[in-house]
Write a protein that binds this ligand. Structure first.
Ligand SMILES: *[C@@H]1O[C@H](CO)[C@@H](O)[C@H](O)[C@H]1NC(C)=O
Ligand SMILES: *[C@@H]1O[C@H](CO)[C@@H](O)[C@H](O)[C@H]1NC(C)=O
Length: 243
């Protein structure tokens, strides 16, 4: 029996040490470290976690590399031996049946990442959660930080001249885009802004519906990626509040 289990244990362990950019936290380091960051995305889980949810979280760890104000960490809770971190889990109301539980800690206190369905536990949804509950930047595929900032201001202001000058700013940035991918994203932002100026903010709603419908249809992989990135960019033009 032990020989049968061994490969699983080794795999789980390899997977675990492979978690790039993920900081292991415990009862002693938790407050000390999380308090230094504007936002901390923390996964409470069993020791040596693995599986689809862990993979989704891992992808966020990697993506957080370019977000200096965001800490991504993990608390591994043991219900055996020394019962490591059990106190910590208890403090935040995390119970074993709900592992993995992901919480975002900000100055406003913790909020829990909730999904209706396990299949919604994706890295993109985790990123959307971070974006909706904090001010730290973490890019969704296709999104660009500088353009996201402009998009937020663009949607906030009711002043047409201000909108026009933000469009100008985006157009100038577009000229500086590096590489095909960035160029394509920059173009998408600029074109959306032009359309909003032309048709009003309703364009965002209509365009989102249109693109979601295209995504539901039969399209190739390339088109699907393009449309998904368009959805993500459109989301940058919506008011950030709920997931
Ligand atoms: C960006 O894309 C446009 C076409 O959409 C093209 O005219 C331009 O040369 C591209 N710029 C770069 C830097 O690739
Ligand atoms: C958005 O869609 C509605 C319903 O299809 C339509 O009446 C409206 O004119 C559209 N608005 C814009 C800005 O395209």
């Amino acid at each position: 029996m032990h020989y049968v289990l061994l490969p699983f244990i080794i795999c789980a362990f390899l997977k675990y040490i492979d978690c790039k950019g993920c900081v292991q936290l415990d009862t002693y380091s938790f407050d000390k470290i999380t308090s230094k960051f504007e936002a901390s995305l923390i996964k409470f889980d069993t020791a040596y976690p693995y599986g689809a949810k862990h993979d989704a979280f891992e992808a966020v760890c990697e993506a957080a590399y370019s977000s200096p104000d965001l800490l991504v960490g993990e608390v591994q809770v043991k219900d055996y031996g020394e019962k490591d971190n059990e106190e910590l889990a208890k403090r935040y109301g995390v119970i074993k049946d709900n592992y993995p539980t992901v919480k975002l800690f900000t100055k406003n206190g913790p909020v829990t990442f909730v999904t209706n369905d396990d299949k919604d536990f994706t890295s993109d949804n985790l990123k959307k959660f971070i974006r909706s509950k904090s001010q730290v930047y973490i890019g969704l595929p296709g999104c660009l930080e500088d353009f996201d900032k402009i998009a937020t201001e663009f949607i906030k202001t009711k002043n047409i001249d201000e909108k026009k000058s933000l469009l100008k700013k985006a157009e100038n940035l577009w000229d500086k885009a590096k590489g095909n991918r960035e160029n394509k994203s920059a173009e998408t932002y600029v074109k959306i802004m032009r359309k909003i100026l032309e048709k009003g903010p309703e364009f965002i709603t209509n365009e989102s519906v249109r693109v979601e419908n295209v995504l539901k249809g039969k399209i190739n992989k390339e088109k699907q990626t393009e449309m998904q990135e368009r959805v993500n960019i459109l989301q940058s033009f919506s008011i950030h509040d709920e997931l």
